[in-house]
Ligand binder design. Sequence first.
Ligand code: SF4
Ligand code: SF4
Length: 261
Amino acid sequence: MPIHEKSLIRPENITSHDELVIEGVDVSGHWSTFIETRVISDYNEEMEQEIAALPGGEHIHRCWQCGSCTNSCTVHAIEPRFNPRYWIYLIRTGMESELLRDKDIIWQCVSCNKCTYACPRDVVPEGVMKATAHWLEMKGHVPESPSMTFDKIFTEQIVEHGRIEDTKVLMQFMKRTNQPLMQDWLKQIVMNIGMRLPVKWGLRSAWNFVFHPRVSGWKKAGAALEDYINEVEQHHKSALGDNKSKVATDNAGQRQLRAAE
Ligand code: SF4
Ligand code: SF4
């Protein structure tokens, strides 16, 4: 029987012999390929609900495993292990430990949405990939991604001031991701663009950087926005069962970091 989707079988589970004769029959090479039986006992029966509770994962239950998403996927074409159909299958069947084996590539979705247009069931696989990457972070299976750090800094400034200050966003991002501020690409941008900008713009930027003025009348709007964000975060956390404490600890850590900045 041919092996379909051989990439889904872990190399350590495939055994073959260069030279093997069984009962006088030469079965050397690929004729002697054996696949070890896979035994999974640690199911997470809540996994589908957990991911469905996050933005983008809402329609995962509609999937009927046709594979159109994987066939059309930009990343799958160059990285066969990137397989949205397979991951949706693992999530729906609660095979968490199997999914975690691919935790370092799931974030690689480039949001091209080819899968979204190919899907006959409106699952929005792109959204499911984002929700899964978010879930991995919230459960503490992977460290916070730089894009998540950036989103948090951006949101904090909006909530506090009603607007962002570009240079401040950049500085806080570099600091929280432990990167030096003076990067070659940044120097290049400053050299190419910075010198051509009007002096007035530079002075206003410096003023905004130091004082970071708040949008007029923003205080109430910011408070309402923060309430809404907290409500949504609480909803997401409530879907995570035993790992609530991990998320709570992370959020407390972020608040301390903000206070120190
Ligand atoms: S959005 Fe992501 S999962 Fe969908 S086709 Fe593009 S790379 Fe693949
Ligand atoms: S295209 Fe849609 S229905 Fe088909 S496997 Fe992908 S997510 Fe499931």
